[in-house]
Design a protein around this ligand. Sequence first.
Ligand code: NAP
Ligand code: MG
Length: 497
Amino acid sequence: MDSSPSTSTTDHDAVTSGANGSGWEYAPAPETTEVRIEPRYGLFVGGRFVASKGRRRMSTLNPANERELASVVQSNAADVDAAVAAARKAFRKWSRTRPIERGKYLFRIARRIQERARELAVLETMDGGKPIRESRDVDVPLVAQHFFHHAGWCDKLRYAIPGNDDPRPLGVCAQVIPWNFPLLMAAWKIAPALACGNTVVIKPAESTSLTALRLAEIFQECELPDGVVNVITGAGETGRLLVEHKGVDKVAFTGSTEVGKMIARSCAGTSKRVTLELGGKSPNIVFADAAIDQAIEGVVSAIWFNQGHVCCAGSRLFLEESIHDEFVRRLEHRMRKLRVGDPLDKNTDVGAINSRDQLEKINQYLEHGIQEGATMVQCCDRPLPESGFWCRPTFFTGVQPTTRIAREEIFGPVLSVMTFRTPEEAVQRANDTPYGLSAGIWTDKGAKVFELSSRLKAGVVWCNTFNKFDAASPFGGYKESGWGREGGRHGLAAYLA
Ligand code: NAP
Ligand code: MG
């Protein structure tokens, strides 16, 4: 890190003693959480925080008040070269480190993440805008869980891929991640790579670099050997330089389908292995026989969790025609209870939109929806903060399946409501999309669940729940939602030869 003096932020509201129910929380509950933020950050290369070889920098903002939190490096080609070289050097040793020893490092990292959980949660919320309740109860516990899960795999990899008794690491992994779950996406990428004996160069998204850099501190504390993980910050150009680098053996990307296609093209004809976790426009199907109150809560979490910045968000709601009016009425009532505002307030349900660009994109879709003839319903009457990027939770009714709001990923708190008459029609409409990341089914009938889930073209199908994640469960897409899986045994296969 650069040597300039540090600033410190004290978060009061974020601190409650409540358990999160996920089973991964760790006990310490200080009265307040002190979060140190340096004014300027360097890069983490070869086990040390170093200055960039270039001069270009960028700001990372708190999207809830538009204030600059810190300045981070825009890594150039020389920085990428140095990080890849450090990862290559480290690979020689790390790939030969006894698997049980690798496991010890991952366990140690997981424990340290738990110990620093509050600090990580506050930093994630400040840098990205998500409600503290989510970063504290969902993101950070799942980050720790991902390292624990993969720690246990290190010495059992011969069981990971049936028929492969001697799996080998691939080498240097270039990993590029988005801004919606910055720390969780870093964990999804780094933990399996390391468990399999690979080394990593990771680039966080430009608006949310701080928790990846904080994770690097944890790697240092845990004495992870130098160069096993390198963190280089930067914008899209740095990502491009990294994935196109000749010294890289594997590319793991999470982000938009547009950039995913560019990466697929640039890696075509090389020996690089590629996994892509891309966009979605996932269907959430509610039958008349479902437990309606439960389904409403499920729809709320499917689209308004994390401001709808969720690749697998249930952004197309299909209601059985007979319940449409009643369901929409109750959904509106529930939506109006959501609290939009200060992400650090533990009572906030919907935080800030991650960036001005994303807010503009969402607002354009709201206009498209109105122009396309749909009816817009928005929460709430309370005023929004004066600065920062905000979008009220929204749904559209009367949506035609051919319109943009029904077909394109909005990546914001905006739901398109449609109807169906028969299960057959529900499946046909749900699958009528270029994407295939997730789907939800709400019904009281087990037979319907089995019948439909096998016919939905979606990597994950949730039944009577939505947006539940577990490190043991593979996650990934069909069609334009991506290639390969992350998590579980299938996720390991992506990091082994
Ligand atoms: P994005 O624009 O594709 O960016 C993702 C990452 O790629 C960022 O780090 C970005 O850097 C970098 N990047 C941009 N251009 C690049 C290039 N030419 N070569 C290499 N890297 C490049 O996506 P986003 O807007 O950040 O994230 C939202 C998208 O991610 C949504 O479509 C969402 O569905 C998808 N997503 C998918 C999953 C999944 O598991 N399937 C999970 C989360 C999100 P900068 O940000 O610095 O420009
Ligand atoms: Mg930021």
